[in-house]
Design a protein around this ligand. Sequence first.
Ligand code: URA
Length: 237
Amino acid sequence: MHLRLDKYLADMGIGTRTQVKQYIRKNQVLVNGLPPEGPQQKVTESDAIFFQGTPISYQKYKYYLFHKPKGCVSAATDNLHKTVLDYFPEPARKGLFPVGRLDIDTEGLLLITNDGALAHNLLSPAKHVPKTYYAEVAGTVTEEDQLQFAQGLAIGEEKQSLPAKLEILPPKSPEISRIYLTITEGKFHQVKRMFQAVGKQVLYLKRVSMGSLTLDGSLSPGEYRELTEKELQNLQE
Ligand code: URA
């Protein structure tokens, strides 16, 4: 890596190129303990770069665990709706995209990154990365449903859905069941269509895990945090 100081700082989400140039001019940036020659100065990852006293190490890829709320779409841009990226401030947002899709009314875990290779691996149909959902379903989910989910269901695709693990939780009320469902593929509206296939309707849906990554209980809908080193390592394995 060998790039201009202003680009380095902008890539790390410090601000836009214009803002970053101002910070440099106002002596808020130090390179190896010294004021830089200017925004054009070339830097590498071995340089110690400080912004307002904080070290800014170069991280090519960003990984965020996002708790998607209802009412936003899992796309980078959309003319009609709020997107998941609208929750990320402007300079940090650059290049980010959501890994996979959740419906507009689905909540829960969404990985947001700029690492295309990791996204590709996690989404590859051949990898069968398990995804677990919590759902509230109208009516009573039964052991018979459990059996059918375990065998695979016809959901209007060429092939049956792959076997899925349905765990029945104590009901929310006499009319509403609560379940966990783990699937290893990601067809459009898959969970809702699987329940439709057994004559039931999903009322509420939330993704709680994807591969080794689980939704952080401390994150409210609309909040995000960076993945820990350990989470990232586990995900990459
Ligand atoms: N299955 C669905 O039906 N919707 C989602 O958002 C995710 C999985």
